[in-house]
Design a protein around this ligand. Structure first.
Ligand code: PBG
Length: 332
């Protein structure tokens, strides 16, 4: 009788049963890993579905309050708010961003009233407020001016913090704005307002549905390549992260998400700080389109991608699938 040679190590052994797979699992996703982006619109009792983001709507302020209570009940610790500013309030300089009673600030206050235990993250950038759709002030040649923009962003962050924002998240990619915002927050005594820097934000084709959602897409003149990063670059992302951390960022974000997990992994390994990824609107739309076309199972795609984010090193993920994922994962 001959003994067939056997593999010295059978990695399939621990995969054979569900109990064993659970035991050796290296990565867990929970609702506590999720940040839910929400779009705000004017009115009362308004829900406006966004065609390019099937399943996602803009909500009036009362609806935002309801969504934030829903987040709390689902165990989602934080929501991110984005306003669809009425067209007639959009100007060259985006000054509506500094109005303490703007749509954004009213939504922040309503959210804090509705469920104070849920964190509120606010986007610091001018694109929902400018008539040209850029994140800052443009000169005659269409170039976004760095320092002039940064000065306004500081005031925007202070207005949001005064309304109750817990995390301000500059998404504009101006140089030096994290330090300027941190200095101003300290000066105003808002020492516990956190900064999540969109540190490695790429000039991406995956932002289209978001721009529909905040109403800036049709307005945008040109592209954002003079401030957002070139998708070809990784070392530059590490420099961006190093700068934002030196300027006082509490967390850093990589955006978009899935095509940039190499950046997440490198940032995590190099800096050992909380790294977040934004699974952006185009990524959400791809999963929805695939599911609708019968090319994949939505729930499985959502959970697999979230696991991949965590495995790459993310502390958490901003995702429009947050409520779907939280329901699948169960509360706590
Ligand atoms: C704007 C901003 C964008 C997103 C978040 N903040 C769009 C852009 O830079 O044009 C994109 C998010 C998404 O696509 O889901 N400052």
């Amino acid at each position: 009788m001959t003994h067939a040679a056997f593999p010295a190590l059978r990695l399939r052994r621990t995969r054979a049963a569900a109990w064993s797979r659970a035991l050796v699992s290296e990565t867990r996703v929970s609702p506590a890993d999720l940040i839910w982006p929400l779009f705000v619109t004017e009115g009362k009792g308004v829900e406006e579905p966004i065609a390019s983001l099937p399943g996602v709507s803009r909500w009036s302020v009362d609806g935002i309050a309801a969504r934030v209570r829903e987040a709390r009940d689902l165990g989602i610790p934080c929501v991110a708010l984005f306003p669809n500013t009425p067209r007639d309030l959009r100007t060259e300089d985006g000054r509506e961003a500094l109005n303490p009673d703007n749509l954004m600030c009213r939504a922040i206050r309503a959210a804090k009233d509705a469920a104070p235990e849920v964190g509120i993250l606010t986007d610091v950038a001018l694109d929902p407020y400018t008539a040209h759709g850029h994140d800052g002030i443009v000169d005659g040649a269409g170039y976004v001016l760095n320092d002039a923009t940064s000065n306004i962003l500081v005031d925007q962050a202070l207005v949001q913090a005064a309304a109750g924002a817990d995390i301000v998240a500059p998404s504009d990619m101006m140089d030096g704005r994290v330090g300027a915002i941190r200095t101003a927050l300290e000066r105003e005594g808002r020492v516990n307002v956190q900064i999540m820097a969109y540190a490695a934000k790429y000039a991406s084709a995956f932002y289209g549905p978001f721009r529909d959602a905040v109403g800036s897409g049709g307005l945008l003149k040109g592209d954002k390549k003079s401030y957002q990063m070139d998708p070809a670059n990784a070392e530059e992302a590490l420099r961006e992260v190093a700068l934002d951390l030196a300027e006082g960022a509490d967390h850093v974000m990589v955006k978009p998400g899935l095509p940039y997990l190499d950046i997440v992994a490198r940032v995590k390994r190099r800096f050992e700080v909380p790294v977040f990824a934004y699974a952006v609107s185009g990524e959400y739309a791809m999963i929805e389109a695939a599911a609708t076309a019968g090319a994949g199972d939505r729930d499985a795609l959502v959970l697999e991608t979230l696991t991949a984010f965590k495995r790459a090193g993310c502390a958490g993920v901003l995702t429009y699938h947050a409520p779907v994922a939280a329901r699948l994962l169960g509360n706590g």
